[in-house]
Design a protein around this ligand. Structure first.
Ligand SMILES: NC(=O)c1ccc[n+]([C@@H]2O[C@H](COP(=O)([O-])OP(=O)(O)OC[C@H]3O[C@@H](n4cnc5c(N)ncnc54)[C@H](O)[C@@H]3O)[C@@H](O)[C@H]2O)c1
Length: 483
């Protein structure tokens, strides 16, 4: 039997027959004084604004609010010191935002979510949103992961409960690209070795084996968000850019795509990796690939720890085949800061650390203040679009569904999360069949599906009837009406 998630607001008729939550808000007061014979849904845009306290979100049309109007604005719990950019954005929408600086354990989280009647939660990587949390907090509509990964959330349990999950996979692309540029120059000038020697009191003024990067070839493996940013930056320093990607991708500037990885290995002075961790990218650069690179080339890995075979890299650095390398990511990384990068974690750790002209960094490619702020803006924006407009663009556990904005009063948006099973659209269309459906879009992902439909010229009773029929249908998981 499908899990039913219903709005908890009680609806009581006003004297003129108009529906309202139990105690009137500004907008309801306006609703109550509107002409009893008004045939279409006529709560003004201004009244909705005042009811929700929201400002329209860029490019999303009118700020919508939930029907029936609630006494209180939606409440959002933000844990783990979520960036101030997100806090400001969410507050500007009229949501009540409660902040907790640390992560919460399972039981503490359940208690907090229940007591605070929160509709949304924002976390970073330490708070686990388990199936138990999801089962015990039926008012939860959406989870924002203000980070890259989403392993800390039971995505399937969330989807089955009609809870959309959003994250921010690309907010730190520029930060990584800039770090790579700095590493290319630092390797080319043996900067880290010279800086270390000076700290040890050794004056070692040399030019042998030190190069300008102008005129050299940067080889990029994976021309996605980071690879393509890097391409632009490298060309502006006078480098030639070649890239290899499994997809044919339009080059930026004068960059050129190579047909094979080998083509790239043979031509690159600097080879930098920007691919995801996949079975086919595990150890994609090992002894065989390094042997095909130019003598004295440089290798950089800011992608994922398993993409390079590190013992093969150690051999190449010690033999002088490679003139230097930069590594930011490792097969096994310490769980916390401190002196934890030893041989017990990765057997080759001390051997790697003894290699010449090698830059080792603790997975900081994307760790900048700007990236944190961008993550706040991206995930904060996704929460606003979902809560105010029903859009699931960027969701990791829902199908991506969006409709163009509602621009006029008198239109209501049906947001229906349902089981992906035969006959659902027949039921929905039977309910909506008598009405003017201005636009409608649905899609599925695994066992769940999501439908958005904008219905025009409906009165309050019709909205209530639509809501009750859809929310009460066999396949319903969660239903909201926004107007
Ligand atoms: N060091 C850090 O702190 C840090 C920060 C952010 C991202 N990353 C990592 O950087 C990598 C790239 O991130 P992105 O945002 O650019 O990803 P992206 O998805 O935008 O781009 C990846 C590109 O790699 C290509 N690709 C996939 N498999 C390939 C293969 N076998 N051979 C060649 N190309 C292949 C894809 O087609 C795509 O164009 C990811 O592994 C990501 O986890 C690291």
């Amino acid at each position: 039997m499908a899990q039913q998630r219903r709005l908890s607001v009680s609806i009581s008729p006003l004297p003129n027959g108009i529906l309202s939550p139990s105690s009137p808000t500004l907008a309801q007061a306006q609703l109550a004084t509107s002409p009893p014979n008004a045939s279409s849904f006529s709560i003004s845009y201004e009244a909705r604004q005042r009811a929700s306290g929201a400002i329209p979100f860029p490019q999303s049309g009118k700020a919508l609010t939930e029907f029936p109007l609630k006494d209180d604005p939606l409440r959002i719990l933000l844990l783990e010191n979520v960036n101030a950019t997100a806090v400001a954005m969410l507050k500007a929408q009229g949501f009540v935002v409660e902040e907790v600086k640390k992560a919460l354990g399972e039981q503490e989280l359940i208690q907090r979510l229940k007591e605070g009647n929160f509709s949304a939660i924002g976390i970073r990587s330490k708070t686990k949103v388990t199936a138990k949390v999801i089962a015990e907090c039926p008012n939860l509509l959406v989870i924002g992961c203000f980070c890259i990964g989403t392993n800390q959330v039971d995505l399937l349990a969330a989807a089955k409960a009609g809870i959309a999950v959003f994250n921010s996979p690309f907010s730190n692309s520029r930060s990584v690209a800039e770090l790579v540029i700095s590493e290319v120059i630092a390797l080319s000038r043996q900067l880290c070795d010279r800086a270390r020697e000076m700290r040890e009191g050794v004056w070692n003024k040399v030019s042998k084996g030190c190069w300008e990067v102008r005129g050299k070839t940067l080889g990029i493996v994976g021309y996605g968000h980071i690879g393509s940013q890097l391409s632009v930056l490298a060309e502006s320093m006078g480098m030639s850019v070649l890239y290899y990607d499994v997809l044919p991708i339009m080059p930026l500037g004068s960059a050129k795509q190579t047909e094979t990885l080998d083509d790239l290995l043979e031509q690159a002075d600097f080879l930098t990796l920007h691919v995801p961790e996949l079975p086919e990218t595990t150890n994609m650069i090992g002894a065989e690939q390094i042997s095909k690179m130019k003598d004295g080339a440089y290798l950089l890995n800011n992608a994922r720890g398993k993409v390079i075979d590190i013992p093969a890299l150690i051999d190449a650095l010690k033999s002088g085949k490679l003139a230097g390398a930069a590594v930011d990511v490792f097969p096994h990384e310490p769980a916390s800061n401190g002196p934890n990068f030893g041989d017990s974690l990765n057997a080759w750790s001390s051997e790697l650390r003894s290699c010449p002209n090698l830059i080792l960094t603790p997975h900081i490619g994307g760790s900048t203040e700007e990236a944190q702020s961008a993550i706040g803006a991206e995930v904060g924006g996704a929460l606003i679009r979902y809560l105010n407009y029903g859009s699931t663009i960027g969701s990791v556990n829902f199908p991506e569904v969006n409709l163009r904005p509602i621009l006029h009063d008198g239109t209501v948006r049906l947001c229906h999360v349902h089981l992906n099973q035969p006959g659902v659209l027949k039921v929905v269309n039977a309910v909506l069949g008598e009405h003017n459906v201005e636009k409608q879009f649905s899609d599925s992902k695994g066992d769940i599906a999501y439908l958005l439909a904008d219905i025009t010229n409906v009165d309050e009773k019709e909205i209530k009837d639509i809501y009750e029929a859809i929310a009460g249908s066999r396949a319903n998981i969660a239903t909201r009406m926004l107007f």
